[in-house]
Design a protein around this ligand. Structure first.
Ligand code: ADP
Ligand code: MG
Ligand code: MG
Length: 888
């Protein structure tokens, strides 16, 4: 018989923290917390396998499940001395979702399950607290109706609001037992009116209803979107946790809260969290009441009135203090915890490794290494390489005069500028139209997630540091200011008002997520310094990685940025980018339009000094590091004007004949330019172009070697080669120019001639090609296009469908297609090395900055990856992590 249900409670558990795949993160950690002796209400976990089976069987359960659930429920009841469905002393449970990876708020949970018209009386009598019993019942009806019966929340909120209005109540806390009884009656009749049948009274029906709803929530829109964003496979499924309730809503010595063992925004080693007295779990995150700080230090820093948990319930705080330290030591990582105190006794309801900003991740890793809690390698392994991107986000220039509209909580760091928008769908549409937008809302809910993703920053007027907006924004690396309470949003009028100032939709504001400020107007932004913890961690990463990291760069600015970010050379300098400059394009066009070689040579003579100057700049900045220069690659028509207007303007500016220009552009038209007259094919038919470029490279190298005493190492790269012969011819010409220039200068420099591998034939015949090539650089953009026969520029029309239907797991232009393109790379490597043992191997193209592709490069044994300058730190870290993973 398959074991579908894993129990935990009273210091024992069937599972443990290593069983996340089967029990989900929440279930595995509930088991683990039990085992290490923490106070956890007993319960059981229905495995993720059941979720998979549930969908395979057309939303039915495996036969053995019912009996296992019944037995486990009974066991929970025995542990707490209550019985599920019992009129006198009823067991109540929560039914909670929990996948392998945490998906905060994406799926559903039902609390207080097991209440009906009879058990509620039992609860009231047994607890001696009638108000509490009916408060719990009304919460249950609302949650269950929403999650299981799919009725709208607002139906219940409206009933409660109008009841409060009639009775002149402001806060929920003012309602007494009779009031809640009245609310329960109204809720039940509303449900009956909607559903045509009464609210379910059979507790077993309730339980199976909730279990089914949790499994179904795996496939709800927000869960699907979240998975897509975080690369979580659908096949994992969710587990369901059924757990005895503990009650934070029993009165003034009861409370509920969430906390982080260290500050998740800054990484500071300070216990950090929020709580509410006399409340249930979801109240804290839902933003219904604004929660208060847990520690006194935090309360003072935040300038809050009222008492922290440390002050209001010192005894509970003392229990919590002990537990959080124990948890952090046990998991050896920052924990995100949920707890509830029932009549002064602390209960733990969840722990997981806390989500954190990139900045906090760095600080926590570096601190924990210093504390001796983890090793440097573990520190390196823990940082999400892709999330480093957040640190490369701009901040607001210190000199910028801020027009501060209001301040809220600094929920997620970074700065952004954009147009105000109030609606998630609209934010998405405007972003798709190329606009920068800032989403301003009272609070966000999981339904807004696509709009948050589309926005540059998020502002909310309600909710705390652990509100939905704050948690999601931090995860996405979006700057966020939450709880900016002075903002009054008028959605109907598409504006917000703050301190008497009116900001309409479409007006520009700026957000400083680090300070929690919302500014009027477009702030001036700047790039951050990459010192301190960042530099420390990068140095550790550099110690363990094998792959070198270079950058793709053409301009001096890019080359400098690349060096600042730690690039160890240039892996791809695309010379054609140097041709588009306003003063050069005229000479380039003159060259293209010349019908005779002599005309082309005259034009090339004008380009030569400019091109030489480009290389002098790059070589100087790269100071002796290798620089791979790719000779002209794109088809020539890319340099010519196309529209009649442009042709006229060019004709005027250059004194060239307009008709001739148009005719030449037509002549150069190709049906399929990607596979047309480009790359080395240009070099074959117009030798003088590559000769000019080679001359510029050698002359520049010698100039820099003489001036600085450090000789650059140019790696001259011929694109789009598919045969040995092409390379042999072109290499011969490059070498001839090199010999000539060096002889003239009376100086020799080191250089290499190699090729890109970007055509399947080149990969398959790499042994032939390696007889000429001194290095291979895998041009994986083109290699992906030519291997899959998919043009990247046209893939947008179908790529989403291909991913949605599971044909590609990931976009092959983002993450290397290991089976296809990857196999070609392996073949090329083996064949190349069989002929030339030490042939240098690298990859350029988008994949060079993608962590998963970098891991592949490490496995294959390439020498370096090359990526855009801003991704160099990500690549350094990813290369280190790849090396660590490979060593395992
Ligand atoms: P989420 O994944 O959205 O946090 P959870 O399953 O953790 O959903 O539950 C939502 C809220 O209910 C949390 O605040 C949690 O602490 C609280 N909660 C869950 N189970 C219980 C329980 N057995 N007793 C008291 N509170 C609970
Ligand atoms: Mg939770
Ligand atoms: Mg290419």
């Amino acid at each position: 018989m398959t074991k579908y249900v894993y129990s935990f409670g009273a210091g024992n558990a069937d599972g443990d923290a290593s069983m996340k795949n089967l029990l989900g993160g929440k279930g595995a950690n509930l088991a683990e917390m039990n085992k290490i002796g923490l106070p956890v209400p007993p319960g059981f976990t229905i495995t993720t396998e059941v979720c998979t089976a549930f969908y395979e069987l057309g939303q039915k359960y495996p036969d053995e499940l019912a009996a296992q659930v019944e037995a486990a429920t009974k066991k929970v009841g025995e542990t707490v001395g209550k019985t599920f469905g019992d009129k006198e002393n009823p067991l109540l449970v929560s039914v909670r979702s929990g996948a392998r990876a945490s998906m905060p708020g994406m799926m559903d949970t039902v609390l207080n399950l097991g209440l009906n018209d009879e058990t509620v009386e039992g609860l009231a009598n047994k607890s001696g607290n009638r108000r509490f019993a009916y408060d719990s019942y009304r919460r249950f009806i609302q949650m269950y109706s929403n999650v299981v019966l799919e009725l709208e929340h607002h139906m219940f909120e409206d009933i409660l609001e109008s009841f409060k209005e009639i009775n002149d109540y402001k806060d929920d806390t003012e309602l007494n037992a009779e009031d809640w009884e009245e609310i329960v009656r109204k809720y039940k009749s509303a449900v009956e009116a909607e559903m045509g049948k009464p609210f379910p009274q059979d507790v077993n029906d309730q339980l199976w209803g909730a279990v089914g709803a949790v499994f179904k929530s795996w496939m709800n829109d927000r869960a699907i979107f979240y998975r897509k964003m975080h690369d979580i496979p659908q096949s994992w499924g969710t587990a369901v946790n059924v757990q005895a309730m503990v009650f934070g809503n029993m009165g003034d010595t009861s409370a509920t809260g969430v906390a982080f063992t260290r500050n998740p925004s800054t990484g500071e080693k300070l216990f950090y969290g929020e709580y509410l007295i006399n409340a249930q779990g979801e109240d804290v995150v839902a933003g219904i009441r604004t929660p208060k700080s847990i520690t006194k230090v935090q309360r003072v820093t935040m300038g809050e009135s009222g008492e922290s948990l440390e002050e209001s319930l010192p005894d509970v705080y003392a229990q919590l203090d002990e537990v959080y330290k124990k948890l952090e030591n046990h998991y050896r990582d920052m924990q995100d915890i949920e707890f509830t105190a029932e009549n002064g006794k602390l209960w733990m309801l969840q722990t997981r490794n806390g989500k954190r900003t990139a900045k906090a991740a760095l600080k926590i890793a570096v601190d924990m290494v210093a504390e001796g809690m983890i090793t440097k390698e573990e520190g390196v392994a823990r940082i999400d390489a892709a999330a480093l991107d957040q640190l490369l986000h701009p901040t607001i220039k210190a000199s910028y005069k801020r027009d501060v509209l209001t301040k809220g909580l600094p929920a997620s760091p970074g700065a952004a500028v954009g147009e105000v928008v109030f609606d998630a769908d609209e934010a998405e549409q405007m972003a798709q139209a190329g606009k920068s937008v800032i989403l301003v809302r009272e609070e966000t809910s999981p339904e807004d997630i696509h709009g948050m993703h589309a926005a540059r920053a998020i502002v909310t007027s309600r909710g705390g540091m652990t509100s939905h907006a704050a948690v999601v924004a931090r995860g996405m690396g979006r700057p966020c200011v939450s709880g900016a309470g002075e903002i009054r949003i008028d959605e109907a009028a598409e504006k917000f008002v703050v301190k008497g100032r009116e900001i309409k939709k479409g007006e520009i504001i700026s957000v400083d997520g680090g300070l929690g400020e919302v500014l009027f107007g477009a702030a001036e932004l700047e790039q951050p310094e990459l010192s301190g913890d960042f530099a420390t961690l990068m140095a550790w990463a550099d110690d363990v990685r094998h792959l070198k990291v270079r950058a793709n760069a053409e301009t001096p600015l890019d080359a400098k940025t690349a060096r600042d970010f730690g690039a160890e050379g240039i892996g791809l300098c695309r010379t054609e980018h140097m041709f588009f400059d306003a003063e050069r394009i005229a000479a380039v066009r003159e060259m293209i339009l010349s019908e005779a070689k002599s005309g082309r040579e005259a034009a090339l003579a004008k380009i030569l000094p400019m091109q030489r100057k480009d290389f002098v700049d790059l070589f100087t900045i790269m100071a002796g590091l290798p620089v791979t220069i790719r000779l002209l690659d794109p088809p020539l028509h890319e340099f010519l004007p196309h529209s009649a207007e442009d042709v006229e303007a060019v004709a005027k500016a250059t004194g060239l004949d307009g008709d001739k220009l148009l005719q030449r552009a037509k002549d150069l038209h190709e049906f399929n330019p990607m596979l047309g007259h480009r790359g080395c094919r240009l070099g074959i038919t117009f030798p003088e172009i590559y000769e000019m470029q080679a001359r510029a490279i050698f002359e520049a190298a010698i100039e820099v070697a003489k001036a600085s005493g450090t000789a650059p190492i140019p790696e001259i790269m011929i694109p789009l080669v598919s045969t040995r012969k092409e390379l042999q011819i072109l290499k011969g010409r490059v070498i001839a120019i090199g010999e000539e220039v060096m002889a003239q200068a009376g100086m020799k420099i080191e250089y290499m001639v190699g090729t890109m591998i970007e055509l399947p034939r080149a990969a398959v015949c790499a042994d032939e090609i390696a007889q000429e090539a001194e290095f291979f650089s895998f041009g994986t953009n083109d290699l992906t296009q030519t291997t899959l026969g998919i043009s990247r520029d046209d893939a947008g029309r179908f790529m989403n469908d291909y991913i949605a239907q599971g044909i590609f797991e990931k976009d092959p232009f983002v993450t290397i297609d290991q089976d296809g393109v990857g196999s070609l790379i392996k073949i090329a490597k083996e064949k190349g090395r069989s002929v030339r043992e030490k042939i240098k191997l690298g990859i350029c193209g988008e994949h060079g900055g993608d962590p998963a592709s970098i891991e592949f490069c490490e496995k294959v044994g390439l020498d370096y990856v090359s990526c855009s300058p801003y991704r160099v730190p990500i690549a350094r870290l990813a290369a280190a992590q790849a090396a660590l993973n490979n060593a395992k």
